[in-house]
Each structure stands twice: as C-alpha cells, then as structure tokens.
Design a protein around this ligand. Structure first.
Ligand SMILES: [Zn+2]
Length: 328
C-alpha cells in the first residue's frame, strides 16, 4: 500500500491518500490538529502522566506544558470502481452546539474539499456512521432554509441497529430534546424522517469487501469498519482509540466512553489483532500522518505511520503543530 500527499492548491491544504488494491482512501479532516484541553478528554491524566505521554507520543501530539493534546476529526472517503463510501461524518456546518464552542455554527470548506478530489455529494453511494456521537454524524445533513436535509442524497446511510436503537431510546426519554449535543435532532432524525437509515447487524458486510465489526464500549453500538483489499486490510478505528498516547498506557480512558471497562477490552482486542496482522489503521482522531501500522512493545503499542510520498513543503494542515480551535 502506498500513501501520497495530494495538494489541493485552491484550498491551501494537503490530503493523505492511501492506495490499497483497487481502492483509493482519502483522509478529509473536518477539523485538524486542534489543541484540546487534556483533562477535557482524559480527566484521569495527571501532569506526570501527560509528561510521560509527551515522551512516548509522536512529535506535536502532546503539549504537556500547555496541558493539551492534538486531536483531528478524520472523515475517510473510499473510492473503488464499484462505489464511493464516506466513513463517519465529522462535525458538520451550521450546527447549534453552544456547549462545544469549537463545533458551534461552523462554516468550513469540507464539501469544497470533497469536490476538489472529484466527489460531489451526489456521487457518494454509502455513508457509514460508526456511532452517533455529534462529531461523527455532522455531515449527514446540511441546512436548507429552516430544515436539515441529507447532504448525500443518493447514499445509503448505514448504522448499526444497536447504536440507532440505543440513541433513539435516549432521545425519546429525554426532556430537552438535546440528545448528543443536539446532533440527534439535526443530524440523525432528519435522516430517519427522509431517506431512512439502513440499520444493520454490527458485523454486517455493507458492500463486497467493506464490513462492520462490533466494537462496543465507547458507545453501546459502535462499530469499526474493515476494508478488505488484495493488498491487505485497512481498518477504520472510529473511537476505539482517541489519541496515540493511549497506545502506550492501556489504562488511559476517555471521558466520553459509555462503558470504560468494555471500551478498554474492545481497544486491546482490536489493537492486539491489528499489530499481529500488520493491518493498516485509519484512526479517526489522530493528527496527521494518519495511515499507519502498529508494533507491539511489551505491554504497549507504537503507531508507525506509512511512508508518505511528499513533494515539496507540507501545507499548514499537515504540520504537526496544534492549533487553538476557533471559539475556544
Ligand atoms: Zn469522536
């Protein structure tokens, strides 16, 4: 498998593109390299933990002096001769997220970026939501006047049945209708009420060579997604792992995991198998470079990015420098 950096000159960004068999996988971060307060995602991290994590993590991904970790929100587009699929839907534009300032009323170039690699919204055949958290479903919909419409009008929207059932129940029982920071109402319900979700088993094959794998814990029905190619497997990790610092200490738990014990078991199982098999990983929240393999080292893992063919200087979105999110 080969990774190249594709320059999108008119937008001043670079994208990582993986060629795997007949598939081309492009990483399109909806947000890249954002400095996130460490305690806001890993409440249990002490200053000492963060300093140790900075030592063993890739350059630029942990700032122990600033108490921040770098997070990206990586959507992936898979193009094969047979289909175009989008794995996870980012945060989206124009959403009301007053309790998440960095996600509130955004205006981005996400759809322009898709268009720049030749993907109009109409060309997307499959959208997979690995789970229904607000930072994974945003681009399911876009605003048209006062309503939210499917962004990808011709796509099958696929989600695990268990995940959809869980959050539907939570929403129906909620008093304020603000489930998932409002994402259920503006990014999930409008799909249910228009084109509909395809609610599938947690290990379903969505299309030949593209399958879900049950990975509960972070969210009750979360799945990861496996792309099978004649050069090996690519595994889209969703929120099984949030940050490279978790690879070196399996006790570091994200604040947003519904069932931390189950999430840890899921993570260790996935990582162990991926390290043993040499699987290429496509993590959702890791800053660039995003495509890599794991090596197992004693009780921990190390993420080793695939070599990238990089003509010229990388654009700002691909430098390992954290940025403050707008509005935070
Ligand atoms: Zn997430």
């Amino acid at each position: 498998m080969k990774v190249t950096r594709r320059r999108i000159g008119e937008l001043g960004i670079d994208l990582e593109q993986l060629r795997a068999g007949q598939a081309v996988v492009t990483c399109i971060p909806d947000m890249a390299n954002v400095a996130w307060p460490a305690k806001a995602i890993f409440a249990g991290l002490s200053r000492e933990d963060l300093e140790a994590a900075a030592q063993r993590s890739p350059a630029g991904t942990v700032d122990s002096a600033g108490d921040t970790v770098a997070l990206s929100f990586n959507c992936y587009v898979i193009e094969t001769p047979h289909y175009v699929a989008l794995i996870d839907g980012g945060i989206g534009d124009g959403k009301e997220r007053p309790h998440r300032p960095a996600w509130h009323r955004r205006e981005t170039r996400f759809l322009d970026t898709l268009q720049a690699i030749g993907i109009s919204p109409e060309r997307v055949d499959i959208v997979i939501n690995t789970h229904l958290h607000a930072d994974h479903v945003g681009w399911n919909t876009r605003r048209e006047g006062e309503t939210w419409r499917p962004t990808f009008p011709n796509a099958r929207y696929v989600v695990a049945e268990a995940e959809l059932a869980h959050w539907t129940n939570v929403h129906e029982a909620s008093a304020d209708g603000n489930t998932l920071h409002g994402a259920f109402a503006d990014s999930v319900l409008p799909i249910i009420q228009s084109v509909g979700f395809e609610a599938v088993a947690s290990d379903a094959e969505v299309v030949a060579g593209l399958s879900l794998r049950s990975s509960p814990g972070h969210s009750p029905g979360m799945v990861v997604v496996a792309l099978d190619t004649n050069e090996g497997e690519v595994l889209f990790l969703a929120d099984a792992v949030h940050h490279p610092l978790q690879l070196g200490d399996d006790g570091i738990v994200c604040n947003f995991c519904e069932d931390p014990v189950q999430a840890r078991a899921t993570r260790l199982d996935l990582l162990g198998k991926a390290a043993a098999a040499g699987t290429v990983l496509a993590p959702y929240h890791f800053p660039a470079p995003v495509f890599g393999r794991l090596t197992a080292e004693a009780a921990s893992f190390r993420f080793v990015p695939l070599d990238i063919e990089m003509p010229g200087q990388p654009a700002p979105n691909m430098r390992a420098e954290m940025r403050r999110p707008e509005g935070n």
